[in-house]
Design a protein around this ligand. Sequence first.
Ligand code: 5GP
Ligand code: MN
Length: 396
Amino acid sequence: MKIAVEGCCHSELDKIYKELKRQEEKTQSQVDVLLIAGDFQAVRNEADLECLSVPKKYRKLGDFSSYYSGEKKAPVLTIFIGGNHEASNYLWELYYGGWVCPNIYYMGAANIINISGLRIAGLSGIYKEKDYKKGHFEKVPYNIASLKSVYHVREFEVCKLLNTARTRPIDIFLSHDWPRGIERYGDLKRLLSIKPYFFEDIQNNCLGSAANERLMNELQPAYWFAAHMHVKFEAIKIHNANENCKENPDEIDLNEEGEEDEAITKIEKPHKATRFLALDKCIPGRHFLEILDIPTPLETNEKPILSYDVDWLAICRVFHSYFSIEYQQPSLPWDNVYLEKEIEKEKKWVYDHIAQSYGLEIPQHFEHTAPTAGNAFLEHPRMKISLVFGIDSCSI
Ligand code: 5GP
Ligand code: MN
């Protein structure tokens, strides 16, 4: 399957699709799906600008508003995660993932979906230790602090994703910020020549996300795509077999001699190495888009099929009772015996109530939930102020 990967989007969809077309023509290939690694800026209308954390000069409607209104249509199935510049009010409406407009799918705060048999995981936001253990307490209208904390990664989502290490291997992981320490597995010298100001963070081992580092070590996906640092960077991390904690000794069958039998180990082994690729933001002449050819378990010549992941849906059901929209996040479950039992139970529920009745294909069921640009709206109290005093007054 031909997969295109884009770094930060910043609502420059027109430029991205144009570059995609250029690369398709150059390589005589057709891309099946485009993955965008955050800073998407799904701003539907003027009021959404209130919920976007950007310096004043960038506070303007981007290309996305025309895709939302229906004036333009995404030419290729596009899937994205959130970064630190987002219409956070809109993304919150689609916490579990969904279509932000026809043919553009947001993965939600965290998710695993399948495309023609490839298992793709995503985690939105950026890591900040101070908000990591909080609940999703932020409410619209955001204040100066919650406008930023709303996109900070929470342990709740990371804990859910870590539990997927018990299930089938992940093929692709999509994050906005880099896994901490990944710079040591690529051309660090070149990276520092482009971004010398990373030196101090690298010395202090704090460049990138500690949560992503753990996810990479435990899930060991075949590919990991990221953005945020505004530079192209490639790395290969070879995993130490002991790093992955999903091997449960009870689940490993022994042969007649009492030795571990590779062939009948119940859990599939994860990938032995992760190929990491970070791309730049969309500026002409910079490396912001790349097309990769990744083999899929289900090779089809037709359109790629997007489907729900049974294990992920089961994990969502197990964790739902711990989900918090308050400041406080209740303690999370880490007990392996409990989790394995609960996930198995919920998996059966998902098969019986969803997979069998409806199938697992994600339907294209986009619906508008807000006015389109130019048709706004006096309902939002802060918009009233901005219409009288100008948009910048909204930040007061
Ligand atoms: P954004 O587009 O998200 O506003 O900003 C990303 C910018 O912040 C990039 O230029 C990137 O190099 C820088 N950046 C992101 N994370 C870090 C970090 O952990 N350390 C340093 N030194 N710079 C960072
Ligand atoms: Mn960013």
